[in-house]
Design a protein around this ligand. Structure first.
Ligand SMILES: [Zn+2]
Length: 309
């Protein structure tokens, strides 16, 4: 995707529920709270915006609240921010220390995820997030400085919000694809998970369980990718947030396109993307499909009821 501030013109209807003739609000592809620069102009109705705002805030405040203040991340309410935090000494809980946020290198928490359930051939009722691992990403030298100065071990507090985190990734993947495609160009498999109409977003959101090297000067990296057979194209989003730190890369099954003509039209609009061709196979498990891409499915063809709308 392009770098810098980008505005995609409005479609005149809500990208989530399709409603027309209602007031629409701008939608950041990546939330402003994470430094998002790409905006879908007048894209969401108020009731859908209430839904997406809820899980965005869950992540921004619950998972990354302290880290965002420490790193001075953007906020609509920056002037209301607290200046200090009271920390408890992990070795001596009755000992509390008041620390300025500017000197508190709070860890950034992420989930390490396995592949999305759909790509593993799992039923959509199986919650893959029970196997996700919480990782704390922090700067060792800053942690050492902190511990020397304040005399307590560096600790971080956060709320465990796996479902909100996965829905946020699904939203980012969907909005990123809408920078190039119309909502009618593909079947939005991710949509019911974003809106909460279906439970268990770990069915369509996953990762490779690895932490990637930092990409300096890049706040986030979004990529459209996919895999296909002769007449079905699965559209995937690759997402990395806080990519200038040691952070994981995620994938989202955004949607699919059926039929050769429609596939060609979509690929034409998206531009050159990396699409792996998948040959339908008689066996459920096809080890020869394994590649380095973390989103490569272990089964093919995928069941066709997925995403039927
Ligand atoms: Zn709506």
């Amino acid at each position: 995707m392009t770098h810098g501030h980008t505005i995609i013109p409005s479609r005149g209807f809500c990208i989530y529920c399709g409603k027309r003739d209602v007031p629409l609000t701008d939608e950041h592809v990546v939330p402003l709270s994470l430094g998002g620069q790409h905006i879908l102009d007048d894209a969401s109705c108020h009731s859908c915006a209430d839904i997406t705002k809820k899980f965005e805030q869950d992540v921004a405040r619950g998972l990354w609240g302290d880290a965002r203040i420490s790193y001075n991340a953007p906020s609509r309410r920056k002037k209301d921010r607290k200046t200090h935090i009271v920390l408890t000494d992990a070795h001596n809980p009755s000992h509390k220390v008041k620390v300025p946020y500017s000197e508190y290198p709070a860890a950034m928490l992420f989930y390490k995820m396995h592949r999305a359930g759909l790509l593993e051939g799992m039923p959509d009722t199986l919650d893959m997030s029970t196997g996700w691992q919480l990782v704390a990403i922090h700067d060792d030298s800053k942690a050492k400085t902190f511990e020397e100065r304040f005399g307590i071990p560096l600790t971080s507090k956060a709320r465990h919000v796996p479902e909100s985190f996965a829905r946020l990734l699904a939203k980012i993947g969907y909005c990123n694809l809408l920078c190039a495609l119309e909502p009618s160009d593909f079947r939005p498999i991710c949509l019911p998970y974003i809106l909460g109409a279906r439970p268990n977003p770990s069915f369509i959101v996953g990762g490779n369980f690895k932490i990637s090297e930092p990409e300096p000067d890049k706040g986030y990296v979004l990529r459209t990718t996919g895999f296909s057979s002769d007449d079905r194209l699965m559209l995937m989003a690759e997402i990395r947030l806080w990519s200038n730190e040691h952070t994981p890369t995620y994938h989202v099954v955004v949607g699919d396109v059926v039929g050769q003509d429609r596939m060609a039209a979509v690929l034409n609009k998206i531009g050159p993307i990396e699409v792996s061709e998948m040959r339908p196979t008689a066996t459920a498990i096809a080890p020869h499909l394994a590649t380095d891409s973390h989103w490569t499915p272990t089964i093919w063809p995928l069941p066709f009821w997925i995403g039927a709308v």
